[in-house]
Design a protein. Structure first.
Length: 496
């Protein structure tokens, strides 16, 4: 039974003091800001001394140390737990010596943008809620489209990363295939495609499609002639060629598929051409990168990650579709309770182009650094990262007992340890040696490199290679030189 009005009032008075503590007073805000700022400054000031990969020591604290508590914990205790349990343990992507996977960024102004977005709590999904926020995100999407050469008919949205951007593209492309024919649909990609594409296809309900792994050249780039031949063969078998996925900078080796030639094939056979440029796309800001990525503007859809090529903290990707209406048609819905929040015809609501309705105002983390720095430092940094990878490659090629793979197109260099006397085709021995070497690098901790497996005409099936991926804005020549020294020292020691 509902309580009486007086009973409700009495209970509200009882709750009032406990609830109001959530609206933090100015003094406590100042104290907490100072404490968090001091912790952040300690971390940034000590980056040169922190390992790129830290090992856990001992059994650690019991899980309760990380759990939720009923009553308040002093900030200093909370920060000590965070610093002990998170910072300095395992990979440290903020380190200038972090060369594993595709490094994330961490630009300081991006953190300020996230802080402002969280404190002011503007909702950017619907234009009605925050016109300025929606316009900032639309301006950023249109700028990215312009940088990549996409037409004014294109549209897109900022996502949490490349995985959701790829998913949005796949879902949009799926609508080009009649439901009853989706079992006949064929997907074309190479073995170098990012694994998020397989996940996206499965989530989108296209896991039952026919998958074709197209052959590659010695640099792991898709072969357009092999693609065309496979499409023709599939057509002859009564299948429905549907989706071509190419890469503008693969995670494994940084290679760039021949985008123009592949687009020719896609247009000839009516394939939806999705270009995964999550890692490599922003290299178009650099003159040579623009030439290397020629044809990047010809895809039907594209993924690109500001948290990679623009050095933002993790959590910012972008999907673009050449015809924005196709992206909007699959993602835009209306609800009665939002009848007051209709978007004007000449404006954009990000939620109409995304699976997300509730979303963080993530555009501020991109907008603020671009405004504060301008583009010039980003262009210089992107060129620097490629040159560092190429310098590393050239230096390593001159060292005994190391074998380099192809010359880096972008900022990933691949190589393996091959001591004199071990034949190149002794894959089992070389794999074991290289896995032991990468474990020794991780144990040393000063720099961080990762490993992968490469299979091609040049690389025996399943050959283990090490990767140096340079994309942290803090990484400079002295840090890459240190990676070389670590490799020389560990390989020379041979006691691992």
């Amino acid at each position: 039974m509902p309580g009486s009005a007086s009973t409700i009032i009495d209970r509200l008075k009882t709750l009032d003091e406990s609830v109001r503590v959530l609206d933090v007073d100015p003094q406590r805000r100042s104290d907490w800001q100072s404490g968090v700022q001091e912790s952040a400054e300690r971390f940034l000031a000590g980056l040169d001394d922190l390992p790129a990969f830290g090992r856990e020591e001992g059994p650690g604290d019991p899980p309760a140390d990380l759990g939720v508590v009923e009553y308040a914990t002093p900030l200093q205790d909370v920060l000590r737990t965070y610093e002990r349990q998170v910072l300095g343990v395992h990979i440290n992507p903020a380190s200038p010596r972090f060369f594993g996977y595709i490094p994330g960024g961490g630009l300081y102004p991006a953190a300020l943008g996230d802080y402002l977005a969280a404190v002011t709590n503007r909702y950017s999904g619907i234009f009605f809620a925050a016109p300025g926020a929606a316009r900032i995100e639309d301006a950023l999407v249109q700028w990215i489209a312009h940088v990549l050469g996409y037409p004014r008919t294109s549209g897109g949205t900022l996502t949490s990363g490349g995985s959701l951007a790829n998913l949005a593209a796949v879902v949009t492309a799926r609508e080009e295939v009649p439901f009853e024919q989706r079992g006949r649909a064929v997907v074309y990609m190479t073995g170098q495609v990012h694994h998020s594409m397989h996940k996206a296809l499965r989530i989108a309900g296209m896991g039952g499609a026919v998958f074709r792994e197209v052959s590659v050249d010695r640099q792991f780039r898709m072969d357009p002639e092999a693609l065309a031949g496979q499409v023709e063969s599939d057509r002859a078998e009564g299948l429905l060629p549907w989706l071509l996925v190419s890469s503008a900078g693969t995670t494994n080796t940084g290679c760039i598929d021949p985008l123009n030639d592949l687009s020719d094939v896609a247009e000839r056979f009516g394939l939806w051409h999705h270009i995964d440029a999550a890692y490599g796309g922003f290299f178009v800001l650099w003159d040579e990168g623009r030439r290397l990525l020629d044809g990047i503007d010809r895809g039907d859809s594209i993924t690109v990650d500001p948290h990679k090529g623009l050095f933002l903290p993790y959590g910012c990707g972008c999907v673009l579709v050449r015809d924005h209406r196709k992206l909007r048609n699959i993602h835009s819905v209306q609800a009665d309770y939002m009848q007051d929040a209709l978007t004007p015809p000449d404006e954009v609501s990000p939620a109409d182009y995304s699976a997300e309705l509730t979303r963080h105002f993530r555009g501020l983390r991109l907008w603020l650094p671009l405004r504060l720095f301008g583009l010039a430092p980003f262009r210089a940094a992107l060129e620097e990262k490629v040159l560092l990878a190429r310098w590393f490659h050239e230096q390593l090629c001159e060292m005994e007992d190391f074998e380099c793979h192809s010359y880096p197109e972008l900022s990933v260099a691949t190589f393996r340890y091959r001591p004199r006397g071990v034949p190149a085709d002794d894959v089992e021995t070389l794999n074991e040696l290289n896995l032991r070497l990468v474990r020794a690098i991780h144990s040393d901790g000063r720099v961080f490199l990762s490993s992968t497996k490469l299979t091609s005409e040049k690389c025996p099936a399943g050959a283990v290679y090490l990767r140096l991926a340079v994309l942290c804005f803090r990484s400079h020549l002295e840090h890459v030189r240190e990676a070389l020294h670590v490799l020389q020292r560990l390989a020379g020691a041979g006691d691992w």
